[in-house]
Design a protein around this ligand. Structure first.
Ligand code: XMP
Length: 315
């Protein structure tokens, strides 16, 4: 049975032992893994830790502001870097999912190297958790996806890795988050490469704006419906923008618009998942809202695939 308190004590000590008087840097995405990791490392290192939030331009709606307020609340030393232009230019013309992940991982580490040099960091703290390692093909398993925080990084990071959450599964990370009063504890998981893997085909600022708004609507409607007792909150729920156009009609005019898939799953650790049974009336609200608020979208579909054979994200 996992116990958060002794785990925290043990890892704070381990991080102190590994880093000593050195300086460390951590990337925070606003998700529970990186925020817990930052809070834990900050307990061990204080001002010798710098948390960096890279605004890749691929984040969820209002994410930079929310991350700023969470970091301020935890009392960590942090910086927010606006790197959207760099990421979009690194992603130009790429449609292959693995190539996208690699390009993002690489750009990420370059941005970090610059921050790390400026801060004089010799250590890179990462919120890698157990499923990331298994699915990225370390530990002798086949690669399913190069998870951003493992296989997506080039070998020459030039900093020693510190990965205190490596043996944990998601529910255990949440337990640690609750103990450390990290507000992100109940947030749904979010992939490292962010909205880029929910935007099938080329990642452009326009496509990201569409999928960002669609994800926001799906989250908003599902949270509202669960608060109203119409359904249970799924483990993870979001929208995916498909590279498919289809014919529709709006105010008597023909449209040739894009398609959004709604995805919601039940899982305990993301390794396997079952699609959620969202009530038809809630799906209807989501569909009506997406097609009326996002002019590019004229079709909404619901993904009823489990994992396996699907994965949770579409890329
Ligand atoms: P898949 O799509 O592989 O996702 O079934 C399993 C869980 O992991 C999340 N995910 C990621 N998390 N870096 C992360 O930290 C990544 O590169 C990444 N890719 C997927 C996904 O949202 C789901 O919760």
């Amino acid at each position: 049975m996992f116990e958060a308190e002794p785990f925290i004590d043990e890892k704070v000590k381990a991080v102190k032992d590994q880093v000593g008087d050195g300086k460390a840097i951590i990337a925070v995405s606003g998700g529970v893994d990186s925020m817990v990791c930052a809070a834990l490392a900050s307990k061990a290192l204080g001002k010798n830790l710098l948390a960096v939030f890279v605004d890749t331009g691929l984040m969820r709606k209002d994410e930079p502001e929310e991350v700023r307020s969470m970091l301020t609340e935890i009392g960590i030393n942090f910086r927010i870097v606006d790197a959207g232009k760099e990421f979009f230019s690194a992603l130009r013309g790429i449609t292959d999912p693995e190539a996208k992940r690699k390009a993002i991982g690489e750009r990420f580490i370059r941005v970090f190297e610059k921050e790390a040099k400026g801060f004089g960091a010799g250590y890179l703290v990462q919120g890698t958790i157990a499923p990331d390692c298994i699915e990225s093909g370390t530990d002798g398993k086949k690669t399913i996806k190069s998870h951003h925080n493992v296989g997506g990084l080039p070998k020459d990071v030039g900093m020693e890795l510190v990965e205190p959450l490596r043996e944990l599964y998601k529910e255990e990370v949440r337990e640690v988050a609750r103990k450390l009063n990290v507000k992100a504890s109940e947030r749904q998981p979010f992939p490292g490469p962010a909205l880029a893997v929910r935007c099938l085909g080329e990642v452009t600022p326009e496509n990201i704006a569409v999928v960002r708004e669609a994800c926001f609507i799906v989250e908003d409607e599902i949270v509202k419906a669960s608060k109203a007792g119409r359904m249970k909150l799924p483990w993870q729920y979001f929208a995916v923008l498909l590279p498919v156009r289809s014919v529709g009609v709006r105010s008597d005019d023909r449209t040739y618009g894009k398609t959004v898939a709604v995805r919601a799953v039940e899982s305990s650790d993301g390794m396997t998942a079952a699609h959620s049974d969202i009530p038809g009336s809630v799906l209807n609200d989501i569909s009506k809202r997406i097609t009326s608020e996002i002019k590019e979208i004229n079709r909404v579909v619901y993904d009823i695939t489990d994992k396996p054979p699907g994965t949770i994200e579409w890329e």
